[in-house]
Write a protein that binds this ligand. Structure first.
Ligand SMILES: [Zn+2]
Length: 115
């Protein structure tokens, strides 16, 4: 069966889709099964949902509602919403340079060193 995964086209500052084949034995009955830009294991199996999700992201990028940032550690792209960004700014925190997964790993490592 066909599946779709989004990737970020850095040059054009927008998301785009690629299509690939997956083995049919998995249960893809639940749609969508993606966590855009932050999980390489997830993808869409419904072409319309995939296109809608990417289109939705591109509209938000164009309007400045979200920013796409390249993770300092793993190089993957992640999405930062304006409200999230404003929260960091209001606390005088730096804007995240790492994706959610890498932030979690970093936090875990810091705790291991302490403990
Ligand atoms: Zn990362």
């Amino acid at each position: 069966m066909k599946a779709y995964k989004e990737y970020f086209d850095e040059e054009n500052n927008k998301f785009t889709l690629f299509e690939f084949e997956v083995a049919g034995e998995k249960d893809f009955s639940k749609e969508p099964v993606t966590n855009l830009a932050d999980n390489e294991n997830c993808h869409f199996c419904n072409a319309k949902l995939a296109h809608d999700a990417v289109e939705n992201l591109n509209v938000k990028i164009a309007s400045g509602e979200i920013t796409v940032i390249k993770c300092k550690d793993c190089g993957k792209f992640f999405v930062l919403g304006n409200s999230e960004r404003d929260w960091y700014l209001s606390k005088n925190y730096a804007i995240p340079k790492r994706c959610y997964s890498c932030r979690k790993i970093k936090k875990q490592n810091a705790q291991n060193i302490k403990g």
